[in-house]
Design a protein around this ligand. Sequence first.
Ligand SMILES: Nc1nc2c(c(=O)[nH]1)N[C@H]1C(S)=C(S)[C@@H](COP(=O)(O)O)O[C@H]1N2
Ligand SMILES: [Mo]
Length: 379
Amino acid sequence: MISRRAYIAASVLAGSGAFAGLSAGLARRVGHPSRLSALEFSREGRAPTGTMIGEELDGRMFTDLSAIRSPASVTPVESFYVRTRASRLLPRPEGWKIRFSGPGHSEDVAAESLSREAASVGPCLMECAGNTRRAHFGLMSLADWSGVRLSVLMDNMGLNRPGFRTCVSGFDDYENPSATSTPGASWIFSAEELRASRAFLGTKMNGKPLTADHGAPVRLVVPGWYGCCCIKWVNRVTLVEDSCEATSQMKEYWSRTHQSAPHALAKDYEPARIELAAMPVRIEKWRTEAGIEYLVAGIAWGGPQPARAVQIQFHPGGEYSNVEKMRQQWHSAWAYWTHWWRPRAIGEYQIRLRARDPRLRTKRLDSNYYARSFEISQI
Ligand SMILES: Nc1nc2c(c(=O)[nH]1)N[C@H]1C(S)=C(S)[C@@H](COP(=O)(O)O)O[C@H]1N2
Ligand SMILES: [Mo]
């Protein structure tokens, strides 16, 4: 279980005496630790993860993030979160076309031909702007995508015109009215936003054709932006005037995408980018030579990629320390971190994280959006 290299490294450090404060950590590495159990997070409701609930616009599936065990943990398609289920009125994917149009130009592109052109993009994280504690923050997943870059496609069609923005729309008619959401899915991007984000029309997830619930046959994916921009069942890509009105979807999501107001015009919206955020996904109780210790595992995502270093705090007002070990496998994926911890007392704790670089803007993280509580009953 413990590699010889790690054993030797630990003995050398122990001999140097410089790491006296880390004696628990050293004992852990030289002893034979065993995992006893995983703790539950408290104050998060009872929403089930990994099962589909509801229909159409109210259909949801929450991903079980506690299953993440490495920076290379890609979410299986059947566990990938669902924010809106496929409509009962959704046309069959066979023969699906996307209408591309701009001034003096209109062209139908078959989803079939996009599938043939699609190239591997790599793993991209997606998170719903309305990700919620009630569902253990399970409106977030990571898949390995194939698709066609939208800005390249539009360049090739001569649809890159100064003075215009691009409106991407998807099928969004439902048999039943929703209890919580407004139908009508479209988002407007500037040409530069599409280029810089490397937004693509996705046709495959984890090497398999898209499922109906994830937007088959074609959906938009905007790496680094919230899921509300990632239009499913794409049927229209339209050039619109620079001064056009924002869509109902942009307005519905204005506060969840951290806009300063529900602006009337599309051009007044900030890119709906995900800022650096982090949270624990699992807390394991271990027996080590030092006694009972806890291994906290978590993820960090969003924000500028090389700057994901985060610090952890175990109770409000407590000290922050650097997360011990963090690894990232892919640019647009979550980083995975682990941190050993020995609480001094039993009781309730709450983990908060913050960016190590205080200059980074981390609005959502700083509002304790992702703070998670749990009970320690053994030390
Ligand atoms: N046509 C359409 N596209 C849509 C939506 C929708 O309701 N209708 N929901 C959006 C939201 S809010 C999110 S978070 C993502 C979720 O994608 P997923 O269900 O595949 O995880 O799809 C986006 N695309
Ligand atoms: Mo969303």
